[in-house]
Design a binder for this molecule. Sequence first.
Ligand code: ZN
Length: 203
Amino acid sequence: MKILCIGRNYIDHAKELNNPVPEAPVFFAKAENAILRNGATFFYPDFSKDIHYETEIVIKINRIGKNIEPQFAHRYYNEIGIGIDFTARDLQNEAKKKGLPWEIAKAFDYSAPIGDFFPKNKFPDIKNIHFSLDINGKNVQKGNTGDMIFDIDYLISYLSKFYTLKIGDLIFTGTPAGVGPIAIGDGLLAKIEGMECLKIDIK
Ligand code: ZN
């Protein structure tokens, strides 16, 4: 199982990190060691002093596919959930400055908490799904899938040119604006259309 993540898929987030709006999806991968299940504790790692949350809609691939046309992409997933793409921003900025890959800033252990998944037919319009993150009861991030630069079908199609998508693979579809640091003692709660689906405590 693999986790493919889109780096810049909301214009307002690209702007807040001073990144250009991309012409093609920018993506990177995490491995299975990055998964953290709903309700678990995230232990702040000592290699970073600036771990950021990025709240993202996640889709789960349900059949094998390669070179998938965008118009057929919807057949390759039937569950939607939410995940947090934890990012060691200090390590990422250092790597970017040197022109190096940001692997360790993104794919470290437990850097991909995922919540409960919902059948996609629960959502009447895939291009209008609200999601949010609260920290300690205060809303810090809000997004809507309608604001994606590249929609879910396009992402599936694009990624499948390079990688065979397999059952159980996860695609993190990018974060809206509002990313920020987490701290020890924080309680994170992510919601999709108001439904609580991911809770993580930071220790
Ligand atoms: Zn992200």
